[in-house]
Design a protein around this ligand. Structure first.
Ligand code: PMV
Length: 331
């Protein structure tokens, strides 16, 4: 019985090119706007879920350590919603990330995509289809919505639980775009993304942003379809700066950028403007720089980054695969 009720899933994190920053509905993680991302090949969470009718309370391990704090509670509350669909019983959950915490890569995105996939499969009944699985991941953490599918993904923000789900725009083979994450700091963020989503909603710039976004998303999708890296890069960089401006000028202010972030941005722009190196960047709610370029220049860009940031770890990602069931259980 118990072995039948165990499954392991693997899911990648994602980097948003058009960002989710601001929620329209906090209970269901409905965003203010649609967003577009790339699934990250080398930022992976593996999660095993084992349902056990004899277990009263969930037992949860993260990176081999038992957790009993707010993170465990959040996972248990989330599992309650899945249990409500099937049977009420405890779960053993073990989850490991291939990337260290605080690297500017969202472990909640890969984490909830892997958890949802494993938790349903472990019941051994028919799992929700892929679109419904994106809704399930979103119920755990908004950006996880985009981590269920491979390659390049759009989260249709929608207006309620049913209309908020993700769709694949192109598979991983469509474009050899790289995201070189330059890890400049591992300190925890001063303002969490949950807090940031609240501050963003009441920001006076938000209305103007929302008005412009549909056209921006259309242009980005056009550039993605034709692999027009210069147009794509320009839109993505502008989007990143706009969202940072909203973060910085919010009340309270979230200043995620560090001096090294700005220093690297200046280098990157000089390489592009003065030397013609086709390289762009995006940022998340943190100081670490996501450097974007096509595969044919990735080696050169990496070499350049190593010279200007010799102490920084660089995590290189390609368009990654969809969340999937695997055999190597953690429990
Ligand atoms: O999923 P959350 O609530 O952690 O929000 C993440 C928001 C950003 O990573 C900053 C942007 C995005 O679209 O992923």
């Amino acid at each position: 019985m118990t072995d039948r009720m165990k499954a392991t899933a693997r899911a990648c994190s994602n980097i948003a090119f058009i960002k989710y920053w601001g929620k329209a509905d906090f209970d269901h993680n409905i965003p203010l706007n649609d967003s577009v991302s790339m699934t990250l090949s080398d930022a992976v969470t593996t999660t095993t879920v084992q349902w056990d009718p004899e277990l009263k309370d969930d037992v949860i391990y993260l990176n081999s350590e038992r957790i009993l704090d707010a993170r465990a509670l959040r996972i248990s509350r989330y599992l309650d919603r899945i249990r409500d669909q099937y049977y009420r019983m405890g779960a053993r959950v073990a989850s490991v990330n291939s990337f260290p915490a605080g690297t500017g890569i969202a472990s909640s995105a890969s984490g909830f995509a892997a958890l949802a996939t494993a938790a349903f499969a472990a019941f051994g009944e028919e799992s929700p289809d892929e679109t419904e699985m994106t809704r399930w991941a979103r119920r755990g953490s908004g950006s996880a919505c985009r981590s269920v599918q491979a390659g390049f993904v759009e989260w249709k923000g929608g207006t309620d639980d049913a209309s908020s789900y993700s769709e694949q725009l192109c598979g991983p083979g469509h474009w050899d775009l790289r995201d070189l994450v330059v890890v400049l700091s591992r300190k925890p963020k001063t303002i969490s993304s949950s807090e940031g989503h609240k501050i963003a909603v009441r920001h006076p710039f938000m209305a103007a942003r929302q008005e412009e976004l549909p056209a921006r998303i259309l242009s980005l999708k056009g550039a993605l379809a034709t692999r027009d890296v210069a147009t794509f890069g320009e839109i993505v960089e502008h989007e990143a700066m706009e969202v940072q401006a909203i973060m910085m000028s919010g009340r309270p202010s979230a200043l995620y950028l560090q001096p090294d972030t700005i220093r690297l941005i200046h280098h990157l722009r000089a390489w592009r403007d003065d030397e013609g190196v086709p390289v762009w960047f995006t940022l998340d709610a943190g100081p670490n720089l996501h450097v974007l370029c096509e595969g044919d220049v990735a080696f050169e860009v990496r070499e350049r980054l190593t010279i200007v940031a010799p102490d920084a770890e660089i995590l290189e990602n390609r368009p990654g695969p969809a969340a999937r069931i695997v055999d190597d259980h953690l429990l």
